[in-house]
Design a protein around this ligand. Structure first.
Ligand SMILES: [Zn+2]
Length: 414
């Protein structure tokens, strides 16, 4: 189905947003990985596959199955300066891995055609789905089934998604192992209600590799259902409102420093196991701003991506707390933006209002206090209020480390 013929409704709005961000990330050659969970019949795979028709072309060394960039080739053949046959433009790759795939077809295997060529037999590697999706997208449907039945394939995916860029290792008996960098967004889908259950329960480590966990729900309004039926019969549907021209200058993209501080606060307060959630929220907010045609990402962008960045990393009962504080701060900032700017004693407009960190710290504490009262036990955040000085210093240290990572000074944990 063509993207323009899809019917968008509140139930699939989040997936629509992440497909847009995924396409934008692929154009910027940033690997963005998301996993959409939803029941059968919600149209998740239809929506994802419809994105294929919206992908731009990429320029590569003519005939290179690894999609080598003409200016910085990476494949085993071209990175050592093999002669090329010029360049060509091909559609951005959108390849699929099924749950019954084999390591050889996903990573790569020996090229039998070249090995048995009658005139000049030679041993060479044939790239699999992952290396061929370089600078594009690879889609894994029913990823929970794949995780359940193919531990070897999960290891290949963990490698491909562990760092940005990722890596693929092609191993064949009798040939030296080949390791190549990979810039590909992994998009996946599953139905957590069907066998073998949610991915997070099968391979938590693989679930954490996804920057975002997206939800899709059935349409609840009868009008939406009528539109979907009409669209299926070629009828007119609600056209998607196109955002302004994509802002594609990555260097100019910025993030409001208060968003950085807020994310550091969440990491510490909610004791997140993995820093990946915070890194994903940061990247997602910036891409969201770019998608909306803005250079600077702020709280309205964080609101759009934070639930999907934390859903698979935070205990479900804590999610409403985070979102309540976030919405509170975003609302306060909206009200502030609507007020005429207050000038300081020198007649200058304030660059940034610094009182918000204090505002959300207070909110976090109050909520933690309420939660502790309601269930009769003190939550960790509530204890933090009465912690001795030493513990508070520890917390401050942890937060500074988190902020260093956010500022891009730290590496990705593997
Ligand atoms: Zn190449």
């Amino acid at each position: 189905m063509h993207w323009n013929d899809l019917v968008f409704h509140p139930g699939n709005e989040e997936l629509q947003r992440f497909v847009e961000l995924g396409i934008l990330a692929a154009r910027l050659e940033i690997p963005l990985h998301f996993h959409v969970e939803g029941m059968r019949g919600t149209g998740k795979t239809t929506l994802i596959r419809a994105a294929r028709g919206r992908l731009p072309g990429i320029a590569r060394i003519a005939g290179c199955l690894y999609n080598c960039r003409p200016d910085s080739p990476h494949c085993p053949q071209h990175r050592f300066g093999a002669e090329t046959a010029g360049t060509e433009t091909v559609p951005m790759p959108f390849l699929e891995i099924s749950h019954s795939a084999k390591v050889g077809t996903v990573a790569g295997s020996i090229d039998l055609a070249r090995l048995t060529a009658p005139d000049n037999p030679s041993a060479a590697v044939l790239p699999g789905t992952l290396p061929r999706s370089h600078r594009g997208i690879v889609f894994v449907d029913e990823i929970n089934r794949l995780a359940d039945t193919s531990p070897a394939l999960v290891d290949v995916l963990l490698d491909a998604m562990g760092t940005k860029p990722g890596r693929v290792q092609i191993e064949e008996i009798g040939l030296p192992a080949v390791e190549i960098p990979l810039l590909a967004g992994v998009w996946a889908a599953s139905n957590p209600d069907e066998e073998p259950g949610p991915l997070q329960e099968i391979r938590k480590q693989l679930a954490d590799r996804f920057d975002f966990c997206v939800r899709i729900e059935r349409p609840v309004h009868p009008d939406t259902v009528r539109s979907i039926i009409k669209a299926g019969n070629g009828g007119a549907v609600n056209r998607l409102q196109r955002p302004p021209q994509h802002f594609l200058n990555l260097e100019a993209l910025r993030l409001d420093s208060r968003v950085e501080e807020f994310l550091g606060e969440i990491y510490v307060r909610f004791n997140l196991e993995s820093i990946r959630g915070i890194q994903a929220a940061r990247l997602g907010a910036m891409l969201h701003a770019a998608w909306q045609g803005r250079e600077k990402a702020g709280f309205q962008d964080l609101v759009a991506v934070l639930p999907a960045a934390l859903r698979h990393r935070l205990e479900p009962q804590k999610m409403p707390e985070v979102l309540a504080v976030l919405n509170n701060v975003a609302g306060e900032l909206r009200r502030e933006a609507a007020r005429p700017a207050v000038k300081d004693s020198h007649g200058r407009e304030p660059v940034e209002n610094r009182r918000y960190p204090a505002l959300w710290r207070g909110l976090f504490k109050r909520m933690a206090g309420l939660a502790a009262k309601s269930d009769g036990q003190k939550s960790e955040a509530a204890n933090a209020v009465n912690q001795p000085r030493q513990a508070l210093e520890e917390e401050e240290k942890k937060k500074r480390a988190a902020e260093a990572v956010l500022a891009g000074k730290g590496g990705v944990d593997r």
